[in-house]
Design a protein around this ligand. Structure first.
Ligand SMILES: [Fe+2]
Length: 233
C-alpha cells in the first residue's frame, strides 16, 4: 500500500493491515503538511525504509501523533525513523506503553507546532477507549481514528470474521458508528455529548478515519447519524 496524496500538497494517507481479535481490517495513517512546511504523522504505521524515503521526500517530520488509546503501536518505529520529531500522545497511552518517550499530552489546547493549522478536542466521558479529534482547518478535514468506523462492501482488507461481527453483532456494516469499544459504554454521556458537539461545530467537509471508507459526502450529517446514541438525539 502506497502513501497516496489525498488533499493536494496538504494531506497524504497510507492504509496498512492489522489483526485484532481474529478480525482483519485496515488502519490508516495521515501525513499532514503544516503551514511551516513541516509534517505531522498522525497515527503512524510502521515506518520502513521505503516509507521513510517517501515521507522524507515530502518534507521534514515535525511531530508524531498517537491520537488514541489504540493508536500508538508504531510510534517507536516513527521515532526511530524521524528522531528530531516531537511526539504528542493521547492521555492514557503513557499507561499502556510507559516506555514511549513523549513531549506533550494532547488535550483541548493545540500544541504550539500545530497552532493555526488545527483545532482539537479530547473526547471526554468515554469508558474503554480514548481519543483526540483533530480538525485541519486549511483543508476543512476532520481527522479521527475510532470515533467513527465506516465498513462497506467497498472497504478493502476485511476478512469474513470482521464482516460477520460488524454485520450481525454490531450492526455497523454500511452504517457508520463509533468503534464497538465506545458503544460498550460511556462514563459520562453529557461530557461525551459536549465533546462531539464541539466537533460538529467545526467547519469540515470530509472525514479521515482510521478504519473503513473515508466520508466525503454530507460529512456532518453522516456524523450526526453515527453519533445519534451518545448525542442523545
Ligand atoms: Fe482503531
Amino acid at each position: 500500500m502506497e502513501l497516496s496524496e489525498y488533499v493536494e500538497g496538504q494531506i497524504w494517507l497510507r492504509e496498512y493491515p492489522i489483526k485484532y481479535a481474529g478480525c482483519e481490517f485496515n488502519a490508516r495513517m495521515a501525513v499532514v503538511r503544516l503551514s511551516d512546511s513541516r509534517l505531522m504523522l498522525h497515527s503512524p504505521c510502521e515506518i520502513d525504509v521505503g516509507l521513510k524515503e517517501a515521507i522524507s521526500a515530502l518534507g521534514e517530520v515535525g511531530c508524531i501523533v498517537a491520537p488514541g488509546s489504540y493508536h500508538y503501536f508504531h510510534v517507536p518505529s516513527a521515532q526511530a525513523a524521524f528522531p528530531a520529531a516531537e511526539t504528542y500522545i493521547c492521555p492514557g497511552v503513557e499507561r499502556k506503553r510507559p516506555d514511549i518517550d513523549f513531549d506533550w499530552f494532547l488535550g483541548d489546547r493545540v500544541p504550539e507546532a500545530l497552532e493555526g493549522d488545527f483545532d482539537q478536542v479530547l473526547i471526554r466521558g468515554t469508558k474503554y477507549i480514548w481519543e483526540v479529534a483533530f480538525f485541519h482547518k486549511p483543508s476543512k478535514t476532520l481527522i479521527l481514528v475510532d470515533l467513527v468506523e465506516n465498513f462497506t462492501a467497498a472497504t478493502p482488507g476485511v476478512n469474513w470474521q470482521l464482516r460477520l461481527w460488524w454485520k450481525v453483532v454490531f450492526h455497523m456494516w454500511n452504517h457508520p458508528k463509533p468503534a464497538p469499544e465506545y458503544q460498550m459504554g460511556w462514563k459520562d454521556k453529557n461530557a461525551a455529548r459536549k465533546s462531539l458537539q464541539t466537533i460538529l461545530g467545526w467547519d469540515f467537509d470530509r472525514v479521515v478515519l482510521a478504519h473503513g471508507d473515508l466520508i466525503e459526502e454530507d460529512a456532518k450529517a453522516v456524523l450526526h447519524e453515527a453519533w445519534k446514541a451518545p448525542l442523545g438525539e
